[in-house]
Design a protein around this ligand. Sequence first.
Ligand code: PLP
Length: 918
Amino acid sequence: MTKAATAQQEPRRIDHFYARADRWRELASIARRSASGTGNREALEAAFAEIELDEEFHAFPGGRLMAALRDRLDPGRFSAQSFATLVRRISAAIVTRDYKHDSSEWETDDSGDIPADLLPPTLGEGSARRPYFEVLVVTPSPMARWPHLVSEMRRLRRSEDSFIYEVVPVGSFEDALCAAVLNAELAAVLIYEGFPLRSRHEAPVLRELLNAHGFSAEVDADDTALPLVGALKRLRPELDLYLLSDRHVEKLAGEPMADSVRRIFYQVEEPLEMHLAVIEGVRDRYETPFFDNLKKYAQRPIGTFHALPIARGKSVFKSDWIRDMGEFYGLNLFLAESSATTGGLDSLLEPTGNIKRAQDMAARAFGADHVFFVTNGTSTSNKMVHQALVAPGDIVILDRNCHKSHHYGLVLAGGQPLYVEAYPMTEYSMYGAVPLRSIKQALLDLRDEGRLDRARMVDLTNCTFDGHIYNVRRVMEECLAIKPDIIFLWDEAWFGFAHWSPFLRPRTAMGAAADIEQWLRAPDSIDAFEKQQTALGKSPSRETLLETRLIPDPRKVRLRVYQTNSTHKSMSSIRQGSMVLVKDVDFADVEAQFHEAVFTHASTSPNQQIIASLDVARRQMELEGYSLVWNAIQIALDIRKEVASHPLISKYFSILGADEMVPGEYRQSGFVDFLAPGVDWGDAVRSMREDEFCLDPTRMTLVCGTAGFDGTQFKALLADEYDIQVNKTSRNSVLLQSNINNTRSDVAHLIRVLLEISHSLDKKLEQGDGTRQNFAARVKSLMTDVPDLPNFSCFADAYRGNAGKSTPEGDMRTAFYGAYDAAHCEHVQLAGSEIDDRLKHGPAMVSANFVIPYPPGFPILVPGQVVTPETVEFMRKLDVKEIHGYDEARGLKLIRLRTKPDSARSTSKAKEFAPISS
Ligand SMILES: Cc1ncc(COP(=O)(O)O)c(C=O)c1O
């Protein structure tokens, strides 16, 4: 049976798409059965056909080994035993990745005639292994010539090369894109002109995927090279692209898209030049200016007469008392410590040398104009952005569930938060994300009050802790249609890795900003805007504006996008490593302010190791981010599949799918979930393109309330009994996250643990009716007796500053500092009747500070906010131990206002309700 036939009968499930190693293991197991006489040749052929097509897109096992396998399946020469042996070896080499440095893996087991230049594993005797990558060659030459092409390229290898690569030839536009999707080892692409558009294969799932990405067959069949450049840049912007043409290369260089090409060669020019260019391109990404220099610095004999006695480690290693610290961390940590900014070490606060270069390289890698390294976490990055861009009195439209650094940032900057609410997921005691309609509503309210000029920034979390991803492009476009110069701050603390997945990148701040930039330059964008204006008429109703997907005026838009990301949360950076990414056409106007904000918040003793790790994290993502992120996604899909399909585990536990995390009204594409029957990558990509919100597959909400555990309890059980750490919890769930560090063994361990817990629950419930009734009551309490999530109430009039009549922003800073005067504060106990009395009869209660319970982690109260019955009810039902800003012994801290009893809810002028201290 051909692969195409298989695909038509049963579309491949999304979780099979990238599981290359799994498919080899599956083939090995079928081959083993066949060799032992319990399997048949047809099954073996079908499994081999399933693998064969995709393997064309990888250098290993390559043509020779695949031909050897096919040969062993030949009816005349069929040998199940020798087929099984070779498959097992190839499968193991793919899993262990040994083929990258062990040339014997490339042999057919009976040949032994491996070309001498195939894979020299090291640079020279005793030196480190050379990193390995693959180069895609897109060529019009006939397939029969490909082995020659591969060996010609191998002959160019030199012992001086820092890296080693193998070549993967393909013959069409479609095949090139398939290879770019499937082959994570690719680092460069050589594109010869003159190749056809269509693949010779029927690969409906792949084609569907390419269509969903927008790479449909609208490409001119006679001119495929430059369109391929454009498509590859969208799909994998980190790849180095080289164009080989026999036309006038000088003319080509001026064409659109040619600037995405690293170098253009005249086709018959010296091939060694091409080889050297490929190596140099990878070296450009491999370079880590700060880390490289720090390593050199550590080797120099330096006498230090500055603070930081720990530098060079003498006080540590000579000590009888703390030497174990030195032994634990190793000498290099101390040799690489310094408080100097000279000696080539550069200054984070005023970088001009290798930190500046490292930041510029990070900007290139993440698609930003500027990057700033931050060594105090994204908590600090957020405060820097707030301070730099928000002046006292500016209004910031802010998700109330944003991390507390945003709220504190506004207190410090004096900005006024206009809180917008995410949709609640009451049954799981968590919030989703903020519907675009609410954001537009807030902007239109400000417009109607004549105060749109005060709206400075829209500030949202993408993705949320629980994995809700915004339609970032749409949010920005529609907001820009109402206020063309509004600034966006996207807190992507959890989402920095997403840049390295073509699937997720369009939903990142920088990915969406790049798409908008391209649209702004497109010749038909003004037309599209004008057409919509005509259709909307002179004064469209508010409802029309809310219902319409608004198009901004490209002539007026000032695209100003900031992204903060905790590099340490999703990439290989040491804890607290964070970056601020900037794509702001008006950055020059705020650059000085931005530096002031850096000076305000950054430590003057930034940690050298954190800076180095930010540099290295960038290197890693540029060279292997694509494969690492796919692996993290694959791991998540594996966990989701195992939990859903295991009969015992699924009795007690479940992982929420996209349909449970995102209500139907926000899933316009109709996407259900990654593992729903019949769903393929095409559907998932469409959901990413069209839906208002979608779900990051790597963030898994595991419901444990159905097993009788609350989130905190289950988190402790996993940590104490099974050495499994999780982070966030809700009343009835814990959040599992997969990241670039996870392996299949982690999955196996987690599943084994869930199985063990499920087994013990089963056993416990066998004890009798009483136990079963208690269990059912506990599950009911956790799953159904859940507190309503209180929306933000309102700021007391005294803290509404000069807010408009219908807009709810507030002057949080005055309330915050007002509460510093203890004489004008009071406390009221949550238990007891006083608080109920005050809710009924006044005087109104106004929070003196932030009250943030963990979980869920968002502020139930902010300074100046009116306490309502909903707040009190929620707090009374909270069964968490950690509530920041709340002292259980004393109660809620309030600011006393000199107001009449029900004044805080009144809409009278602020001065009548001034706080006592003012
Ligand atoms: C959405 C969000 N933003 C910012 C932060 C703060 O990041 P960091 O821990 O790097 O200071 C967090 C921390 O959990 C977060 O969840």
